[in-house]
Design a protein around this ligand. Structure first.
Ligand SMILES: NC(=O)c1ccc[n+]([C@@H]2O[C@H](COP(=O)([O-])OP(=O)(O)OC[C@H]3O[C@@H](n4cnc5c(N)ncnc54)[C@H](O)[C@@H]3O)[C@@H](O)[C@H]2O)c1
Length: 462
C-alpha cells in the first residue's frame, strides 16, 4: 500500500462494491491518491474469484464501460486498491462502506427477509473497527434497518471493547449505480442522497462522499433520517418497477388492436410531465427492481410490526413484471406452430443491455417457457464467455441464423443493435421476434421490405 491520508474498507466486491472501491481509490489530492482502499469479500468461491481477479489487475466481471476499465488500470498501477477476505483489515479503516447483497425471499404470499447474513457482516465490522470510524451502509435494505437493527447491534459490539462509547458514526447513502456503458460515472457523476444516525455521522458522511462525487455538478441531498434515505431508495425503484408493469398491459392492448405503442409513447413523451413513461419489453430482471418494491412490506412486517398499507401496487408490479416473458411467449405461440422438432436462438441472456449480470434475467424465464416446446434452445450473449445450464446450448459466436425456426432478440446489447440484419439473416426463413426494442425503425422497415417474418412486442401493426 502507498502512503495516503486515510484508509477505506469496502465490504462486498460485487457490481456495486467493486466499482465503488475503484472510484474511491482513484480520488487524488495534489496529484497523490487520497485513500488506501481495502475491498473485503467472503472467502468462498465467488468472493475468492473476485478477490484474485482484482489483485491481478483483472476485472471481476465484464464491462463495456471504458471509463471504469481505464480507471481500474490506473488504480492498479498506483497500487492503492487491495482485495482480501481478511476482516482484520476493518481495524485500519477510517471509513467502512457496506456493499453486500441483501436478498428478499419471494416465496409465499408475503415477502420475507433473513437479517442474519447482514448481522454477520456487521459483526465482522463491529469486532474490528475503531470506535471513531464512519460506517456507511450502501446496501439496499428495508426502511428502518439502519436505525432499528444495524445501529443497536453495532453499538453493542463496540461497547464490548470500548464500554465508554455511547454512539457510533453510522450513515446510510444508497447507490444508484447502473452497470452498463456509464457504469463508473453513475457513481461519481450522479446525485446522492444520504442521512446519518445523528448530525455528526451525517456531516462525516457528507464530507467523505464529497471527495468521491462531483457534487458541484451533482449536489447531494441530506434527508432527516436513515429510514427516510432507505425509503428513498426503495421508493424510486418501486416507482420504476410500477411504471414498467403499467406499460406492460398497454403493450398487450396495442398488440391486440393493431397499433404501434412505441409511436403512441413518443407522442405522449412530448408532454414534459410524462417524459419518463416506460416502454414494453421482455420483462424486468436484475437484483434491484425484482426485490426492492417488496421492501416496504418487509419493513412493516419485520421491523416496525405495523400494517398501515398492503403496498398493493408495489407488490402487483413485481408479480406483473415476473409474468412479462409470458407475453413474448404468447406472441410467438400465435405466429409459430410449436412442434417438437423446432429450434430457437435467443440473443441476450443478461438482465439488461451491456451488463454481465444474469440475476433474475427475463431471458431465463423465457427459456423456462421454451423448454417444453423446442427441440433445442440455443443462446448467445456477447457479455458472457459461457453459461452453465442443461437446458441451453451456449454459442460463443453469433451462429448462422439459417438453422433456426425462431430467433428472439431478447436484450438490446449494443452488439445486437449494430448487426446488419438483412446481411446476417441471409436465407433465414423462420420467425424473428424483437422482444426488447432492439431494432431501429430503419432496420424494421428494411426487414419488412425484404419480407422477413417479423413480430415485435408492443407493435400490433406488424
Ligand atoms: N447491481 C446494481 O446495479 C445495484 C444498483 C444499486 C444498488 N444495488 C444494491 O447494492 C447492493 C450490492 O449489490 P451488488 O449487485 O453489488 O451485489 P453482488 O451480489 O454482486 O455483490 C455482493 C458481494 O458482497 C459479498 N458479501 C456478502 N456478504 C459479505 C460479508 N459478510 N463480507 C464481505 N462480503 C460479503 C458477496 O460475496 C458479493 O461478492 C445490493 O443491496 C443491491 O440491491 C445494486
Amino acid at each position: 500500500m502507498i502512503e495516503a491520508n486515510q484508509t477505506i474498507c469496502v465490504q462486498g466486491l460485487g457490481f456495486v462494491g467493486f466499482a465503488m472501491s475503484v472510484a474511491i481509490a482513484s480520488v487524488k489530492k495534489d496529484d497523490k491518491p487520497l485513500y488506501n482502499v481495502f475491498g473485503i469479500d467472503l472467502p468462498n468461491e465467488t468472493g475468492n474469484a473476485r478477490i484474485n481477479n482484482i489483485n491481478l489487475g483483472m476485472m471481476p466481471f465484464k464491462t463495456t464501460d471504458e471509463n471504469l476499465l481505464n480507471t481500474f488500470e490506473d488504480v492498479f498501477r498506483q497500487g492503492n486498491l487491495v482485495a482480501s477476505s481478511s476482516t482484520d483489515l476493518f481495524s485500519k479503516a477510517d471509513v467502512i462502506i457496506v456493499d453486500i447483497n441483501f436478498d428478499v425471499n419471494l416465496k409465499g404470499s408475503d415477502p420475507a427477509v433473513d437479517f442474519l447474513p447482514l448481522k454477520k457482516a456487521i459483526n465482522a465490522i463491529g469486532e474490528q473497527m475503531r470506535p471513531e470510524a464512519l460506517v456507511i451502509v450502501e446496501t439496499t435494505v428495508p426502511p428502518g434497518t439502519t436505525s432499528e437493527i444495524i445501529y443497536p447491534y453495532l453499538l453493542n459490539l463496540i461497547k464490548k471493547r470500548f464500554p465508554e462509547i455511547s454512539s457510533v458514526n453510522l450513515a446510510h447513502s444508497y447507490e444508484r449505480v447502473m452497470p452498463g456503458k456509464n457504469y463508473f460515472n453513475s457513481i461519481t457523476e450522479f446525485w446522492r442522497v444520504y442521512a446519518g444516525i445523528n448530525s455528526q455521522a451525517a456531516e462525516k458522511c457528507k464530507g467523505f462522499l464529497k471527495t468521491i462525487i462531483n457534487t458541484k455538478k451533482f449536489p447531494m441531498r441530506e434527508l432527516k433520517s436513515t429510514t427516510a434515505s432507505e425509503t428513498a431508495k426503495v421508493l424510486e425503484n418501486s416507482y420504476r418497477a410500477s411504471n414498467i408493469a403499467f406499460i406492460n398491459e398497454w403493450g398487450i392492448f396495442a398488440e391486440s388492436v393493431g397499433i404501434d405503442l412505441f409511436e403512441v409513447l413518443e407522442a405522449i413523451r412530448l408532454r414534459p410531465t410524462h417524459a419518463n413513461i416506460m416502454q414494453p419489453g421482455l420483462g424486468v430482471g436484475g437484483y434491484c427492481l425484482t426485490k426492492d418494491p417488496l421492501m416496504g412490506i418487509v419493513s412493516c412486517n419485520q421491523i416496525f410490526n405495523i400494517n398501515p398499507t398492503d403496498f398493493e401496487i408495489s407488490k402487483k408490479s413485481v408479480s406483473i413484471n415476473n409474468q412479462m416473458p409470458k407475453n413474448t411467449f404468447e406472441l410467438i405461440k400465435k405466429s409459430l406452430k410449436f412442434t417438437q422438432d423446432k429450434t430457437v436462438l435467443i440473443l441476450g441472456i443478461t438482465y439488461r443491455q451491456d451488463v454481465q449480470d444474469t440475476r433474475y434475467s427475463p431471458s431465463l424465464k423465457l427459456i423456462d417457457l421454451f423448454k417444453e416446446n423446442f427441440k433445442k434452445i440455443y443462446c448467445h450473449d456477447p457479455m458472457l464467455n459461457s453459461f452453465d445450464s442443461n437446458e441451453i446450448i451456449f454459442e460463443k459466436r453469433l451462429p448462422n441464423p439459417e438453422k433456426f425456426d425462431l430467433i428472439v432478440l431478447a436484450v438490446s446489447h449494443q452488439e445486437y443493435k449494430d448487426i446488419n440484419y438483412d446481411i446476417w439473416l441471409g436465407k433465414f426463413n423462420g420467425l424473428l421476434v424483437d422482444s426488447n426494442n432492439v431494432l431501429s425503425k430503419e432496420q424494421i422497415s428494411k426487414l419488412m421490405k425484404l419480407n422477413f417474418n417479423l413480430k415485435i412486442i408492443g407493435r400490433g401493426d406488424i
